[in-house]
Design a protein around this ligand. Structure first.
Ligand code: PGA
Length: 250
């Protein structure tokens, strides 16, 4: 049985004071049995959140990392710096980073390897644009992303992955994929992983759905066999909303 994993992606929201207010409310409400859960916060909030979540089961993640160990990369953060803070995960290849910050499958792949080397669990985002879906290319696009992004991983590494299927047309738009569309693509991701890394890895890796997940639509999406949780943007900013989504996984 794969444990469901619900992760908030705060994007560029919240000051540290606001993050700490969230943490104080959230840790009182969160019950670990419901699902593995946490938030991926902006870099500046991570140390404070780590301390705030100390002694709880709430997980913590970053939203990006550089692939080099160190160097002259102004404005970047290395995996070792994140290890020092004690993050559990890092989101990699979010569509906003691919679109606005020139992230490519090649850099995503380097980042995946760098994170594995530092024992930080990557949450790899893949997903198609609306015009690609309308042209019947959703599977091809996602398959190509997976092949390039996962290149060179071991089967053991692949088996521990979290992949977030995030159709770009559903992110922040209020337009959720139907539970059937989410299931179809999450199953396709698992099938692709099986082809690349074998059935055992594909069975144990977790595939999240992401894109306008809300307290009201989460239960139906989580009822699908291949959907192992969600990467939640807008609805993760309020502790009560994120808790309701986590509880929908039970
Ligand atoms: P959304 O964002 O839930 O606000 O659509 C999801 C994401 O970008 O991870």
């Amino acid at each position: 049985m794969r444990k469901k994993i619900i992760i908030g992606n705060w994007k560029m929201y919240k000051t540290t004071a606001e993050a700490l207010a969230f943490a104080a409310a959230f840790k009182k409400l969160y019950k670990e049995e419901a699902a593995e859960a946490g938030v991926c916060a902006p870099f500046t909030q991570l140390a404070a959140l780590k301390a705030a979540f100390d002694g709880t089961a709430v997980r913590l993640g970053a939203q990006n990392a550089h692939f080099e160990e160190e160097g002259a990369y102004t404005g970047e953060i290395s995996p070792a710096m994140l290890v020092e803070i004690g993050v559990d995960y890092t989101i990699i290849g979010h569509s906003e980073r691919r679109e606005y910050f020139a992230e490519t499958d090649e850099t995503v792949n380097k980042k995946l390897h760098a994170l594995f080397a530092h024992h930080i669990a990557p949450i790899l985002c893949v997903g198609e644009k609306l015009e690609q879906r309308d042209a019947g290319q959703a599977c091809t696009v996602v398959e190509t992303q997976l092949k390039k992004d996962l290149a060179g991983l071991t089967a053991a590494q692949a088996g521990t992955l979290v992949v977030a299927y995030e159709p770009i047309w559903a992110i922040g738009t209020g337009r959720t994929a139907t539970p059937e569309q989410a299931e179809e693509m999450c199953a396709f991701i698992r099938k692709t992983a099986a082809g690349l890394y074998g059935g055992a890895a594909a069975d144990s890796l977790r595939v999240q759905y992401g894109g306008s997940v809300k307290p009201d639509n989460a239960r139906e999406i989580f009822s699908k066999a291949n959907v192992d949780g969600a990467l939640v943007g807008g609805a993760s900013l309020k502790p009560e909303d994120l808790i309701r989504i986590i509880e929908a996984a039970v």
